[in-house]
Design a protein around this ligand. Sequence first.
Ligand SMILES: C[S@@+](CC[C@H](N)C(=O)[O-])C[C@H]1O[C@@H](n2cnc3c(N)ncnc32)[C@H](O)[C@@H]1O
Length: 333
Amino acid sequence: MSQVEIIPQPSVRKTMPGAMPMRESRELELGGSASLTIDADAEGHAALARKLDKVRKQRTSLERRPLKKRLTAKLADKHELYQLSVQSPEEDVAFLRKVYKGYRKKKARHFREDFCGTALLASTWVRTKSGCTAEGYDIDPDPVAWGLNQNLRALGEDASKVRLVLGDVREPSRKAPDVRCAQNFSYWCFTERAEMVAYFRSVFEDLADDGVFVCDLHGGSETQEEMEEEREITGGFTYVWDQYRYWPIQAAVQNHIHFRFEDGTELYRAFTYDWRLWSLTEIRDCLHDAGFQQVDAYWEGTASDGESGNGKFTLAKRGEADLSWIAYLAAVK
Ligand SMILES: C[S@@+](CC[C@H](N)C(=O)[O-])C[C@H]1O[C@@H](n2cnc3c(N)ncnc32)[C@H](O)[C@@H]1O
């Protein structure tokens, strides 16, 4: 690590929950030509350094074997399996760029990924178009360290176009984003309406003047069922989405992700989510209350089997009564 700089905090916005913690901005060298700026408090930097050291050692020993041989509960890397199972970064970034261009008739440059975890979208954003920059925000040093070692390091010199903040998504950006997103329903960790509106208000105030916020959501009657859904993933393992509990009075859910392997072992509860099951109309109303005047829904098309989604999202007014659906909302500033 080199070049430690204590940065003054951006002005605290009215919507921030309490005073902002002191952040130090540090330049982190990732090896080769890759380096980037990380903002965290002193404890966060120390945690990140420890985790990064651990993940480097783990990955060095894992990468001696091909993925197929690592697919057992003992050897599997949960972040690697998560990315392979639930993320489609190229498609997602292309969609975000298209949505922005549709409203603004120009290219989006600066991107912010909230709840970034391994910062796969932020990395993909700067990798796939020149002249683009990104910020990623997450409170957990564990996925962030993994992302630094795997996704950011792989960018080489382009890593310097990304800034990561080990902090709460309600913190203001270092530079106002053209596009800001919350992906894979992560913002459903805000379970009270006032909390959700406060988050969206911080997003509204933070975006560039012509910025767009995009979040995904899911729904349909099956989302209220306690059930498991298995999906075979190319590479030779099974992804399991476990809707373990649904409590109707609070619209609260507890969901888990497990990974099952061909040798009969299982990485049980690799990830756990305690969320409120928000409806599309509730989220849209919260976005309006936060200041966004225009909020549009993008609905997924149907694949040739006539049942599953085809991964293509287009502007829609009504949607369909699918048992399980995924959609996006775009909130235009
Ligand atoms: C489901 S993962 C998202 C991973 C990835 N970005 C994706 O789209 O699939 C949710 C992430 O949100 C982070 N998180 C939860 N609450 C947060 C908060 N208030 N501020 C920042 N990050 C938060 C967790 O640490 C976790 O990495």
